[in-house]
Design a protein around this ligand. Structure first.
Ligand code: NAD
Ligand code: DAU
Length: 332
């Protein structure tokens, strides 16, 4: 049995990963999370105390991070400021957590010689034209667009430098857009599902032609665990499930699946610098490590996600009003 430190384990993907670890391995998990507006302890409720310990703190706190890293066999690093719209209006926390936080963690894993897996995003590659036959691969040049994606790109560069210069045993993964349970209502899919549940019209930025490559959070978790266990140290792996869809199609699908007219949404102000299309080629992960997604069918995963939000209003309702008030100020 190993001891794994999961940073950001009370957030969306981190909490999905903690549940996945507890269900599929014997590892003991320590979660380090600052519980920002995006962290929610309720996402970890029901996990046995014998398998999971929660520590409230900041990944940019060197003493705390040093002490925790010294007591584990591996670190899986999810903690981040993750929302593009927030980064465009309040960039400072993105620099603090995504850059300084990752630096702090790197110094601790270097000192204690602990294995690190760094979780990153496909947004570091910028965007693709709608008609570009290419998808992102591990050798696509970095070209981030937003304060969020540029600070994630910076964190990836720090990990690469610490691996090369100091021999830190690190892997990196860059994944596409996740959906599934425990995702904050600020994000596209849960925002529209919970809008419909509260009788608010879904909001589509711009003309809705922007394409995202959707993957279920459980499939992201299985890929990260596989890379942690079998990935080659020093390597980067792209994670994606061939789920490209434009935003208009996704909104229409949600409306139809929830028994509404497919055009019962509003077009609202576009995001500044809005990336047009993301698309992942995950051939390396599939061929080298044999990974396959479980949710090959986006509509099946979306339907399960709609059911989850229907059944868990107690989990999302406390954040809904404040989130919508923020968007209303932006005309979105
Ligand atoms: P999230 O915003 O839902 O969760 C982030 C978590 O990190 C929260 O629990 C928050 O409290 C915690 N946190 C923030 N600052 C912290 C700090 N200074 N110290 C400790 N904890 C802190 O984010 P998410 O969507 O779950 O994303 C998790 C990771 O996955 C991020 O690194 C993100 O870049 C990456 N990622 C996300 C997606 C996606 O579609 N959401 C896709 C690819 C990669
Ligand atoms: O690609 C991976 C990235 O996916 C992660 O690194 C980020 O952490 C994660 O937030 C996500 O970034 P996006 O900006 O793509 O996700 P978001 O859910 O904010 O928006 C998805 C798309 O939907 C995007 O084109 C903007 C659009 N959108 C979003 C909202 C909130 C709308 O049309 N209406 C909305 O209300």
């Amino acid at each position: 049995m190993g001891r794994i430190l999961v940073t950001g384990g009370a957030g969306f993907i981190g909490s999905n990963f903690v549940h996945y670890l507890v269900d599929h391995t014997d590892h003991h998990v320590t979660v380090l999370d600052k519980l920002t507006y995006a962290g929610n302890l309720a996402s970890l409720s029901g996990l046995p105390e014998s398998r999971m310990t929660f520590v409230h703190g900041d990944i940019a706190d060197p003493e705390l991070v040093d002490e925790l890293v010294a007591s584990v066999d591996a670190v899986v690093h999810y903690a981040a400021e993750s929302h593009n719209d927030n980064s465009l209006h309040f960039p400072q926390p993105f620099v603090h957590t995504n850059v300084i936080g990752t630096f702090t963690l790197l110094e601790a894993v270097r000192k204690h010689r602990v294995r690190l897996h760094h979780v990153s995003t496909d947004e570091v590659y910028g965007d693709l034209a709608l008609d570009d036959p290419a998808r992102f691969t591990e050798s696509t040049p970095y070209n981030p667009s937003s304060p969020y994606s540029s600070t994630k790109a910076g964190s990836d560069m720090l990990v690469r430098a610490w691996a090369r210069s100091y021999g830190v045993e690190a892997t990196i993964s860059n994944c596409s857009n996740n959906y599934g349970p425990y995702q904050h209502v600020e994000k596209f899919i849960p925002r529209q599902i919970t809008n419909v549940l509260w009788g608010i019209r879904p909001k589509l930025y711009g003309d809705g032609r922007n394409v995202r490559d959707w993957i279920h959070a459980e499939d992201h978790s299985s890929a990260v665990l596989l890379i942690l266990e079998k990935g080659r140290v020093g390597e980067t792996y792209l994670i994606g499930a061939d789920g490209e869809k434009d935003n208009k199609t996704v909104v229409e699908l949600i409306l139809t699946m929830m028994g509404q007219d497919s055009d019962a949404y509003e077009n609202v102000a576009d995001r500044m610098g809005h990336d047009l299309r993301y698309a992942i080629d995950s051939t390396k992960l599939r061929n080298e490590l044999g990974w396959r997604p479980r949710y090959g069918d986006f509509e099946e995963g979306l339907s399960a996600t709609i059911d989850w939000y229907r059944e868990h209003e107690d989990w999302w309702a406390p954040a809904k009003e404040v989130t919508e008030a923020f968007y209303a100020q932006l005309g979105q």
